[in-house]
Design a protein around this ligand. Structure first.
Ligand SMILES: C[S@@+](CC[C@H](N)C(=O)[O-])C[C@H]1O[C@@H](n2cnc3c(N)ncnc32)[C@H](O)[C@@H]1O
Length: 381
């Protein structure tokens, strides 16, 4: 928006398609309006066909559940909502899911840019308006189930987004924004030209045993990115290790950071506490800590090659105490690793920006969130 060309990278395909849609300044508003009317028309027609099938069955005395309709059973997303248990556990009501699947199906044939724009409207409504889930900040199931007017909500959100885009248009934004699906601990960064980057802003995953794929699970499934357990496993593997649900036997990035005394000491303390636990997840905590910091180390190593001398970096990072209440000064350690990976990055400042508070079991915790600033040594040409 400030006219600076930029590249964004995330390993979550939902975040990528949403970011692409939000930064497509050149999309034609008239095309979107026309296509959204088409989508709503075809969705309404398909929904009427569903109602006909339902009424026919009910007139014969049979119960007709949305999840038994071909709209569900012929769609991979619908099948996975059933087989994964998301529907049974009430993440989303069957009728709301059916209407969402219908809109998604109508969007399928559209060219990528308008499809992304219209999908953005639907995905943005999924958790707050359509599903039975809410953020608090972790995703959880609400007490009351919803019967939302999915089509009406979708129409309203598309119009809202068009208004916002029209407003942004008045600023005549010309800068190019590229959004890449990729792993910032590996190939995602190697696809960016070396020495081209002048500034980086990021909020990397926190080491808080937070499964980032769970937070966007419904969006991932309904947009068709995750329609099998295998898809989900593959996706989790492409994420920075930050949760006991995405750390694997073959992971070996901790080897980069075991020489740092602060990382070693943390792993030792958490290993001692883990020995007394029987839970499988608790036992992977020491490995997870090593893999998280190993991943961040590798990230800074790769990033260093992309930065021009003198370029600035700003990262938001929270400290944690998610593993047996062991205090982890994540921001401080990341500052040390960024300098220690010898990629020419110098830590400028670690500034507290807010206090995060919560409860885990019966224990209250509070941790600071920090703004870390770095620079690549040398002067910007
Ligand atoms: C704390 S969120 C920040 C989201 C967003 N950048 C922001 O600032 O609002 C961390 C993000 O990192 C992404 N992520 C996790 N592992 C990644 C990896 N290896 N490469 C790139 N992105 C990753 C997650 O999908 C998630 O969107």
């Amino acid at each position: 928006m400030s006219g600076i060309p930029s590249i964004g990278i995330d390993s979550n395909p939902v975040c990528v398609s949403v970011s692409k849609a939000k930064t497509d300044w050149a999309i034609r508003l008239s095309t979107i309006k026309r296509l959204s009317d088409q989508v709503l028309c075809s969705t309404a027609r398909k929904y009427r066909n569903f109602i006909d099938r339902k009424e026919r069955q009910e007139s014969l005395g049979h119960e007709y559940l949305p999840q038994c309709d071909p709209i569900f059973t012929h769609s991979r997303a619908g099948q996975y909502l059933i087989s994964s248990g998301l529907l049974e556990r009430g993440w989303i009501g069957p009728s709301a899911a059916l209407k969402t699947l219908l809109i998604m199906e109508s969007l399928e044939g559209l060219p990528a840019r308008p499809r992304n724009f219209l999908q953005l409207a639907l995905l943005g409504l999924l958790v707050p308006e359509i599903s039975n889930m809410a953020y608090g900040p972790e995703i959880y199931k609400r007490r009351h189930q919803r019967e939302p007017d999915v089509f009406g909500l979708f129409r309203g959100r598309v119009l809202e987004n068009l208004e916002k885009l029209e407003h942004l248009r008045s600023r005549r934004i010309k800068a190019k924004t590229t959004v890449l699906l990729g792993d910032s601990v590996g190939k995602g960064l190697t696809s960016v030209d070396m020495g081209m980057v002048r500034a980086v802003i990021s909020s990397p995953p926190y080491l808080s045993d937070h499964d980032y794929t769970r937070q966007t699970r419904l969006e991932l499934v309904l947009s068709g990115h995750v329609t099998s357990n295998e898809d989900l496993r593959r996706l989790k593997k492409s994420f920075l290790r930050s949760s006991s649900k995405n750390v694997y036997k073959e992971d070996q990035l901790s080897r980069h950071v075991l020489r740092f005394p602060e990382v070693r000491a943390l792993i030792d303390v958490i290993s001692e506490k883990a020995v007394q636990r029987t839970s499988g997840f608790a036992r992977v905590y020491p490995k997870l800590v090593g893999e998280y910091f190993g991943g961040m180390y590798r990230h800074f190593e790769l990033l260093g090659e992309l930065l021009r001398p003198g370029s600035k970096i700003a990262y938001i990072i929270g400290d944690q105490s998610s593993f047996f209440a062991t205090r982890i000064p994540t921001a401080q350690i990341i500052g040390t690793l960024a300098e220690g990976c010898r990629s020419g990055i110098r830590c400028l400042d670690i500034e507290p920006i807010r206090e995060l508070r919560g409860t885990r079991g019966r224990v209250n915790w509070s941790n600071k969130e920090w703004l870390l600033t770095f620079e690549k040594k040398g002067s910007l040409s």
